[in-house]
Design a protein around this ligand. Structure first.
Ligand code: 4HQ
Length: 233
């Protein structure tokens, strides 16, 4: 699953271009028993299986030995703190990040002694940490200069600005009676910029008012938000 994802799309091309190096480690390669077991029954009983600590410790030791700079270890888990754009920015500035992906009911609690951060991508239960790790990798990778074609679009991305995105349109100007807003066809770039700010703010207020608490708004944006809130826009 991870190999397939890494060979496709924006991240795949970044790895080909060596803008980014990603290694996959199979925990079974760090087992010592005949059956290459990575899981065992839970102490205290109950359903499901638990990931054994030793293969994980050996894998983390092997990863650390590959690098001179520190390796920050993330554990993908619904018990973690919710992953945000800020985390993508922060983790992207670290020399090395290892993402530990559990299956079954999760990892033996003692593994957490080797974990720097526990990361969740949202409040739902998946069957493994691989998809969350790929989500985190993608968010980090697209911020590496050269990975996404247009650096400008990365800088202006929705959450980098702390607001939801404005509506986008492309040709044709009309599909039946569905028309592109006149302002976007006007050629008045000052007006277009203002309209987009207004739409971003309006959508954020409507759908994610929580984001407005921490968004860094400029003077024009504060004025627009005020007018939207007071029904003057
Ligand atoms: N899992 N955000 C259970 C997640 C998850 C999430 C990963 C499923 C760990 C043991 N991880 N395994 N949500 O659902 O990060």
């Amino acid at each position: 699953m991870v190999e397939a994802a890494l060979s496709a799309g924006v991240v795949g091309r970044a790895i080909e271009k060596r803008l980014l190096e990603v290694a996959i480690h199979d925990l079974r390669d760090f087992t010592t028993d005949r059956h290459r077991s990575v899981d065992d029954v839970p102490y205290g009983g109950g359903p499901g299986m638990v990931m054994k600590p030793e293969p994980i410790f050996r894998a983390l030791d092997a990863i650390a030995a590959r690098h001179d700079a520190p390796v920050t270890v993330l554990l993908m888990s619904p018990q973690g703190t919710r992953f945000t754009q800020r985390d993508a920015e922060r983790l992207g500035s670290l020399p090395h990040v290892a993402m530990l992906c559990g299956r079954y009911e999760g990892v033996d609690e003692r593994v957490r002694s080797r974990v720097d951060e526990e990361v969740s991508i949202g409040d739902y239960v998946l069957s493994g940490g691989e998809l969350p790790a790929l989500v985190v990798l993608d968010a980090i990778a697209r911020r590496v200069p050269g990975v996404v074609g247009d650096d400008q679009s990365v800088a202006e991305d929705s959450f980098s600005r702390g607001l939801l995105d404005f509506p986008h349109y492309t040709r044709p100007a009309a599909v039946g009676d569905l028309r592109v807003p006149d302002v976007l066809l006007s050629g008045n770039h000052q007006e277009i910029r203002r309209w987009r700010k207004q739409e971003s703010l309006g959508r954020t207020l409507e759908r994610r008012p929580d984001l407005l608490e921490s968004a860094a708004l400029d003077d024009e944006e504060r004025e627009l938000l005020d007018r939207i809130r007071n029904g003057r826009l």
